[in-house]
Design a protein around this ligand. Structure first.
Ligand code: AQP
Length: 330
């Protein structure tokens, strides 16, 4: 049995990319492991937003997690900001990490370049220190595995480096070294309008991503208008045919079928058929999630489930933090 954690940032509504890259692998692991799934609302502060919007996104994300199938008996589901040990450990880790290490992170380089083309004034410090908060999320629970998309692999490597450094200094069993858990094919679901880019919930173009709360008919339209190519040949070739390959990947992930089998299934068919069948599986998923979501969102039942997760996460993380504080001399 392994300890496994993942979180999704509340910078927008959870997307199909988040579902396939992070939620589905967690659901598949839920029965045989000790699981932690959190709503990464502190990470979301890196992207400025209105308080009302953020609160709504946190509430929606909580209901979406349970609607996707997390079982509170098997998975500790909690809101990051409700467990203060995360920020406390993040500070300690910041003091054991260099600015050089953090500024070399690809995500920091990409996101800070996007935020500011003329200097660093508009780049929040939290964007730089995001990986140490992420390391705290992981190290507090002695996590073995972190299911992540490809974009986050570097942050797990940094977590291991910080943990190793602190183990060498304060005692080798201070931190468990986590490993990332990725499936190379489904690890990156691409933008529907520019399939060379990752699908992202904070994209300005609504047509480029499918939110788990999109009405099924809206999702179908987005898939129908997704960018492919003019060859009309269904083949899995992410480099030369990124749009078609992305649709194949989505179908394969949601139907639990191998890419080769999916390609055989669509052999000789045209893009219209591919899009229509991908839309069918996506709409079925959205309908199932949204039916459960609507019965849970904003209810006392949901708050009780979150309180249960908060209590368990607080107990474990406070115990760990106490040990860390003792070892480092606080
Ligand atoms: N397109 C994707 N394909 C596969 N996995 C993905 N993940 C995100 N996008 C894809 C995985 O989802 C988990 C949670 O990610 P996150 O929301 O914390 O951060 P992110 O990777 O920055 O996700 P977004 O949607 O792109 O958010 P914004 O738009 O705010 O930057 C992670 O495991 C991630 O790998």
């Amino acid at each position: 049995m392994k300890k496994i954690i993942t979180g999704i940032t509340t910078t927008g509504t959870i997307t199909l990319g988040n579902y396939i890259g992070a939620i589905k692998p967690m659901l598949d692991l839920q029965n045989d492991n000790e699981m932690f799934m959190f709503i990464a609302d502190l990470h979301a502060l890196v992207t400025p937003s209105d308080a009302k919007d953020l609160r709504l996104r946190i509430s929606n994300a909580s209901a979406i997690y349970f609607a996707c199938g997390f079982d509170p008996k098997r998975t500790t589901v909690f809101i990051q900001s409700e467990v203060p040990a995360h920020t406390q450990l993040a500070w300690i880790l910041n003091c054991h990490t260099t600015i050089g290490e953090l500024s070399r992170m690809t995500q920091f380089k990409d996101k800070s370049a996007k935020k500011s083309s003329n200097g660093t004034e508009t780049v929040p410090t939290g964007l730089l220190t995001y990986p140490t908060l992420m390391a705290a999320d992981i190290l507090l629970y002695d996590i073995d595995l972190v299911p992540v998309g490809k974009d986050q692999k570097q942050h797990i490597e940094l977590t291991r480096n910080i943990a190793t450094r602190m183990n060498n200094k304060y005692g080798k069993d201070l931190f468990t070294l986590p490993k990332e858990y990725t499936n190379d094919v489904t690890a990156k679901i691409m933008d529907l309008q520019d399939p060379t880019k990752k699908m992202s919930k904070s994209s300005d173009n609504q047509k480029s991503f499918i939110s788990l709360l999109d009405k099924p008919e809206v999702a179908r339209k987005k898939i129908n208008s997704s960018v492919t190519d003019s060859e009309n040949l269904i083949k899995y070739d992410p480099v030369n045919k990124p749009g078609v390959s992305n649709l194949i990947t989505i179908y394969s992930a949601l139907k639990n079928e191998k890419i080769d089998d999916v390609v055989k299934h669509f052999d000789g068919k045209n893009y219209g058929v591919l899009k229509s069948e991908v839309a069918d599986v996506v709409c079925e998923l959205l309908e199932n999630i949204q039916t459960k979501f609507n019965t849970l969102v904003g209810t006392k039942e949901l708050r009780d489930l979150l309180d249960r997760g908060k209590q368990r996460a607080t107990e474990i993380s406070n115990k760990k933090l106490k040990l860390i504080n003792e070892k480092i001399g606080l």
